[in-house]
Design a protein around this ligand. Structure first.
Ligand code: NDP
Length: 326
């Protein structure tokens, strides 16, 4: 038997509880991992609270990421004792995930733990931090450099936002952090934000073209916020869009794209090819200041996961949430 957060569905919706599960119930996979750490990402919180249609089969163990030690393997790349990390691939959505003592997955989904990170560091970063790195890499690939002007990060006090602020500041960009929580201004400045601005009228319908302000942006909000970000990018600017914390819609016009040549760069971490994942983890090891990572991480007990998921959806949890398992 092992311990897991178990999600079940009944007529009242999603029910989440801490359960003892028989190992024979683990899904198919060629590598069994003893989980050391998992985390709470926005998607985990949607799954646990039932606030979003994340779970595709029931019952489900949530947890879209984990780090741990290989216990058994039939995969040629892994042997017992190897330290591994998993992000995405539908784990915690359609395949049992990391908020449990054990996980069984396809070896092809795993990456080796990147030195010098510990298993805890890897989950302090988690899928949110790895996605922040993918966003930064997308802006770089597009050719956005620090001399071109300010970079906006929306939802800056959340997980993706906090890591994006720290990374971009370390790389020499002037970062403007947008938040709905002005009380987090000093936290964001400590991470490296040169300026902190309220979300304010970015949540309201805006003009098709606004004043040109941003050379680039990382957006976790989607919805009206992303539409206004597009409208206020500088000529040939770009936004890396990865989230929907403010909504799934995109009430924008084509004006910024056809009159200012701006680019909307979509970022997906779930099915991201292996070579780019390895590069993102390598870049995190190079470009994420360990002191900043410590400052943006909170550790919670396994028994507090379900309550904390509610706080994350309510937008009252800041930075990254790491969950020790072993
Ligand atoms: P968090 O909950 O940690 O952060 C989300 C932040 O969004 C909040 O802290 C808040 O920032 C901001 N926010 C909340 N409500 C609104 C709103 N109504 N309008 C605008 N902003 C709002 O989540 P994560 O950082 O883990 O994830 C952020 C987003 O990125 C989620 O939508 C998630 O699904 C997505 N994501 C996508 C991935 C991908 O592969 N594409 C991978 C990982 C995450 P503040 O308090 O500063 O206002």
């Amino acid at each position: 038997m092992f311990r897991a957060i178990l999600l079940e569905k009944n007529e009242n919706g999603t029910q989440a509880r801490v359960a003892e599960v028989d190992e024979s119930q683990l899904p198919e996979g060629d590598v069994t991992v003893s989980v050391a750490y998992s985390t709470l990402n926005y998607k985990d919180a949607l799954a646990i609270t039932g606030k979003g249609p994340v779970v595709r089969s029931w019952p489900m163990v949530p947890g879209i990421d984990f780090s741990g030690v290989v216990e058994a393997s039939a995969h040629p790349d892994y042997k017992p004792g190897d330290r591994v990390v998993l992000n995405g691939w539908g784990v915690g959505e359609g395949h049992w995930g990391g908020l449990a003592d054990k996980a069984r997955v396809k070896g092809d989904w795993l990456v080796p733990l990147q030195a010098p990170f510990t298993a805890r560091d890897a989950m302090a970063i988690g899928t949110a931090g790895y996605t922040a790195m993918l966003c930064v890499m997308a802006l770089e690939r597009y050719g956005i450099t620090p001399d071109q002007g300010d970079i906006l990060v929306t939802g800056a006090a959340g997980g993706v936002g906090s890591v994006a602020v720290a990374l971009l500041a370390k790389l020499g960009y002037r970062v403007v952090a947008m938040t709905g929580r002005p009380e987090e201004a000093s936290y964001l400045q400590d991470l490296g934000a040169a300026e902190v601005i309220p979300r304010g009228d970015y949540s309201e319908p805006g003009r098709p073209l606004a004043k040109e302000r941003w050379a680039g942006a990382v957006d976790v909000a989607g919805g009206q916020v992303l539409a206004n970000v597009c409208a206020s990018l500088k000529y040939r600017g770009a936004v890396a869009a990865c989230g929907l914390a403010g909504g799934m819609s995109l009430p924008a016009t084509v004006a910024p794209f056809i009159l200012r040549g701006v680019a909307l760069l979509g970022v997906d971490s779930v099915m991201c090819p292996r070579a780019e994942r390895l590069e993102a983890w390598r870049r995190l090891a190079q470009d994420l200041d360990p002191g900043k990572l410590a400052g943006l991480t909170e550790e919670i007990a396994f028994g507090d996961v379900i309550d904390t998921a509610g706080k994350l959806i309510a937008g009252s949890q800041r930075g990254r949430v790491v969950v020790p398992i072993a």
